[in-house]
Design a binder for this molecule. Structure first.
Ligand SMILES: *Cc1c(COP(=O)(O)O)cnc(C)c1O
Length: 470
């Protein structure tokens, strides 16, 4: 058992709105869970982004925020924490991960240049494409198979990568990107072995290797648990080794670093860092705060150290495994193995009667909200780009776990809600767009159901908390 290495000091009240209000709310939201008001949500598993509980150390550190425009002490403390834990030379602070992706795309991507990556992340890909780059998926085939028990679905297919590197040559490649705990595949890790091999290839071809290190801490848990010879190495040593195998990294600190806002670009190359700072001051802010306030940088500096604390990170991963276990036990199709920060429901298998052109994952997410006030997120074709075709990719609903926020009872309730929806799955309709944005359409897109949603009700099983009879 992985017990939480914390106890709760401050609580936020939550309540379940009635069934009629839930139907009204999801209709008002255009059947898009992003457009629900949080006051209408009971258990909020939309995202792990910026939703973690801060520690008392982070809150205390925030009092030390130095809001100087330039030369802020908070910046230097943040830089020191990043260098201590990750070892990169330069820290370029941004308001969140996509700010760092924007800078990176501006300094490294020429029109027509290729970015090979394990699958993709929505904002990462958009920034590359907006400056004229071409995204190329070089993930292992298991990454796109929700039922494959492969332990390292975040790996890059080395043969596919070498083919792309050979075909385009160093001048045609902007950088190679490898994402830790690959979100789009279900939070799946890469192995140290694979990263080393990717490093060797990129070095041979002379192209930069940039990590999306947003969930690097969690990736290290899986390396320790699953990769031969790594179990006894220290958590910090492994983090440092992963970072040392790359030329730089993008971090959304709203995930592993336990902060509501923040992120950064880390680079080793002096000249590249200089160029990134030139773009930074145009789009984000001065080099000593980017898009963050001084107190944000203090919370982040402390959060980076907590993300290097193995017990803290293990509990996050264990909660996902716990929820995944509850669902698997009830025969609900989920992505296996369970990844880092979330459990992903396989909407194609739950709603086989809804074709992908009618957005089964989007519809399943709406049904979970109607049934029990649980907010989740679509990770399927709606999250892809407009015109992604053919419709044959993953169609998942993500139940994402905010870090240090929900108790086991909440997760048990979520499992009951999912089970209830699955038992009425045949009556759940598909959806059609009523408003389709050009980019990142999952954020603001609106839908209508192709037929009315059925009555969906939840019987709490309480199955995970058997009462002790004395
Ligand atoms: C969240 C995320 C991003 C983007 O970061 P934001 O902080 O949301 O802008 C980039 N990459 C990955 C893997 C992410 O999960």
């Amino acid at each position: 058992m992985t017990l939480p290495p914390w106890k709760i000091k401050v609580v936020e009240p939550i309540s379940l709105p009635g069934p009629e209000r839930r139907r009204e709310a999801i209709e008002d939201a255009g059947y898009n869970t992003f457009l629900l008001r949080s006051e209408d949500v009971f258990i909020d598993l939309l995202t792990d982004s910026g939703t973690s509980a801060l520690s008392q150390e982070q809150r205390a550190a925030m009092e030390l925020g130095d809001e100087a425009y330039a030369g802020s002490r908070s910046f230097y403390r943040l830089e020191a924490a990043m260098q201590e834990v990750y070892g990169y030379r330069h820290l370029i602070p941004t308001h969140q991960g996509r700010g760092a992706e924007h800078l990176l795309a501006r300094v490294l991507v020429q029109p027509g240049a290729v970015v090979p990556s394990n699958l993709y992340f929505t904002t990462s890909r958009v920034h590359v494409e907006l400056v004229g780059g071409i995204w190329k998926d070089v993930s292992v085939p298991e990454a796109s198979d929700p039922a494959a028990p492969f332990p390292f679905k975040g790996n890059i297919d080395l043969v596919a990568l070498e083919r792309v590197l050979h075909e385009h040559g160093p001048e045609g490649i902007a950088f190679v990107r490898q994402e830790a705990c690959l979100n789009m595949a279900g939070g799946q890790p890469f192995s140290l072995d694979n990263l080393r091999a990717v490093r060797a290839l990129t070095a041979e071809y002379g192209v930069p290797l940039i990590l999306d290190a947003t969930r690097m801490s969690e990736n290290v848990v899986f390396i320790k648990d699953r990769e031969a010879g790594q179990a006894d190495r220290s958590f910090r040593e492994l983090i440092l080794e992963l970072a040392s195998l790359s030329d730089g990294a993008v971090f959304s600190s709203k995930k592993d670093h336990f902060v509501p806002i923040g992120g950064f670009l880390a680079l080793n190359d002096d000249e590249l860092a200089e160029r990134a700072r030139e773009v930074l001051v145009v789009y984000e802010g001065f080099a000593h705060y980017g898009g963050m306030a001084g107190h944000d940088m203090e919370a982040l500096a402390q959060g980076i150290r907590e993300a290097a604390d193995e017990a803290m990170v293990r509990h996050v991963v264990a909660q996902a495994a716990y929820l995944g276990g509850l669902l698997a036990e009830r025969g609900i199709p989920i992505v296996v193995p369970v990844g880092a920060h979330a459990v992903f429901l396989d909407a194609k298998r739950i709603l086989p009667h809804v074709p992908q052109s009618a957005f089964p994952a989007q519809s399943l997410a709406a049904a979970l909200y109607i049934a029990g006030g649980v907010r989740s997120m679509e990770r399927g074709i709606v999250s892809g780009q407009h015109g992604d075709a053919p419709y044959d990719g993953l169609e998942l609903v993500r139940l994402t776990l905010p870090r240090r926020v929900y108790a086991q009872e909440h997760l048990s309730y979520v499992a009951d809600v999912v089970e209830a929806v699955c038992s009425d799955a045949a009556a759940i309709p598909g959806l059609a767009f009523t408003y389709e944005p050009e980019h990142l359409r999952f954020f603001l897109g609106r839908f209508e159901p192709t037929a009315p949603f059925p009555e969906l009700s939840v019987r709490e099983s309480g199955r995970t908390a058997p009462a002790l009879v004395v």
